[in-house]
Design a protein around this ligand. Structure first.
Ligand code: ARG
Length: 470
């Protein structure tokens, strides 16, 4: 079979082809070109170029006239891209060369002066930092909306009792608000990770040039400030060789994704016919084309699944970076696609979860009935034996176990056992014990710091609102 992949382009690259006699093999162009995905960086690339050009003028490296022409030309390129009039070309490899080549067509030789004292290596590092910074800001905003939805729902249902689980076996009664506040606690740490990542990311690599810095008298502090960075990066090799800013973003997004996949999974379980703990409206469910009775929690399932992409992206970039010698290597061009896809996925997940949390209604009677099953107040009984009869906890645990066994044999919950049955196991038990066997009293008694008592839950909500300004 003929392999036209080995066909050669007849002309060498206009941007770097000085020592080349002919163009790349077609497959070379195919594997090398990143324009199909890095075109997403156009706005960041143009902002970086404008900051660089203005600095070159201020430093006396470019004339003001060239600086003006470059700025106007870059604005024109930006308008062409945003209005869909820009012809992206694979033979121009990436977004940087596409924009520069178009700039040359528009303004002539002055365009060639823009690349003074920079390289695509510091250029792409700068563009990508700017992009990830925007992604972090966007994700922080979405996450805050999700936290706000959780706080509202937790506040509205701070008193609603439900079973708390370990091993997905009923353990002890808790409140619905308390359960939701567990996710608020996780998401607050996620927000912390995202803002930590943003603070560390916010240094400007521009001016590191290819890897060694430049002999031109550039002002890296000026370009850093113009692009909203705290300061320039301190080492030119690290500037072009590192992508841990993207890894941190992906790691924080992955951890948050894991948290949200657990909430998504709980929503899937809770909306099932066997649980019926919560209901979602038509807005967040789909029907089945064959089974008319179905109401499927697709958004929760997709949120659960899409987190896989985010974790995959983190793995993918970790593996790309692992073992790379300093400084830049083309391997690093593979940083973008997984990061872009992960950003899209985690943003969808967070927004969908915010929508679902606002949409869902807890089924209070079902939750309450379930809260009392599985002898969920057995610990309350044991605690009562300790408190009222001064029994050592280990003994109380044993006595309670025998009472649970009796209830199991009768096929009733603990609070339905007659006093005589309780006294058969421990004669000193009095009718006062029934006070602690109800699920309401059980949750109300959990007043330790961070516990599930409704007052404590309300305190958690108020404290989180104050900390987050929500
Ligand atoms: N498209 C490249 C990337 O994303 C830009 C940097 C290319 N640098 C180079 N020396 N070839 O990594």
């Amino acid at each position: 079979m003929p392999n036209d992949h080995n066909d050669l382009k007849s002309t060498s690259n206009a941007m770097w082809g000085g020592r080349f006699e002919r163009g790349p093999a077609e497959i070379m162009e195919k594997i090398n070109a990143s324009i199909d995905f890095d075109r997403k960086l156009y706005a960041q690339d143009i902002a970086g170029s404008k900051a660089h050009a203005a600095m070159l003028v201020a430093a006396g490296i470019l004339t003001a006239a060239d600086g003006d022409a470059i700025r106007a030309g870059l604005d024109a390129v930006k308008a062409e891209i945003e209005e869909g009039r820009f012809a992206f070309r694979k033979d121009r490899e990436d977004i940087h060369l596409n924009i520069e080549a178009r700039l040359a067509e528009l303004i002539g030789p002055a365009a060639g002066r823009l690349h003074t004292a920079r390289s695509r290596n510091d250029q792409v590092a700068t563009d990508f930092r700017l992009w990830v910074r925007d992604a972090l800001d966007g994700l922080i905003g979405l996450t805050r909306s999700l936290v706000a939805a959780l706080l509202d729902k937790a506040e509205a249902h701070a008193e609603v009792v439900m079973p708390g689980f370990t091993h997905l076996q009923v353990a002890q009664p808790i409140t619905f608000g308390h359960h939701l506040m567990a996710y608020v606690a996780m998401l607050e740490r996620d927000l912390g990770r995202l803002s930590d990542a943003r603070a560390r990311l916010n240094e400007c690599p521009l001016g590191a040039a290819a890897l060694a810095g430049t002999s031109f008298p550039i002002d890296r502090f000026a370009t850093a400030a113009a692009l909203g960075f705290e300061r320039p990066t301190a080492n030119s090799l690290d500037s072009v060789a590192s992508r841990d800013f993207a890894l941190e973003y992906l790691a924080a997004a992955s951890i948050m994704g894991v948290h949200l996949s657990r909430l998504a999974e709980e929503i899937v379980i809770w909306t099932s016919a066997q649980f019926r703990f919560v209901s979602l409206t038509d807005a967040f469910t789909t029907g089945s084309s064959i089974m008319p009775q179905k109401r499927n929690p697709d958004a929760a399932e997709l949120a659960r699944a899409k987190v896989g992409r985010v974790i995959g992206a983190l793995n993918s970039l970790l593996i790309v970076m692992k073992g790379l010698p300093l400084a830049y290597a083309k391997d690093m061009q593979e940083d973008k696609e997984p990061t872009f896809d992960a950003a899209l996925s985690i943003e969808l997940v967070v927004a969908a979860m915010a929508g679902m949390v606002a949409d869902l209604t807890p089924n209070e009677s079902v939750l309450k009935a379930a809260a009392g099953t599985g002898f969920s107040t057995a610990t309350d009984l044991a605690d009562w034996l300790v408190r009222s009869l001064n029994m050592p906890f280990r003994e109380a645990h044993h006595v309670t176990g025998r009472i649970v066994k009796a209830a199991e044999k009768e096929g009733v919950d603990l609070d339905a056992l007659p006093l005589s049955a309780l006294q058969e196991v421990e004669p000193r038990i009095t009718a006062a014990v029934y006070d602690v066997l109800s699920v309401e009293n059980s949750v109300r008694s959990r007043t330790s710091f961070g516990g599930t008592a409704p007052d404590g839950v309300r305190w958690q909500i108020a404290a989180a609102r104050a900390r987050l300004g929500l």
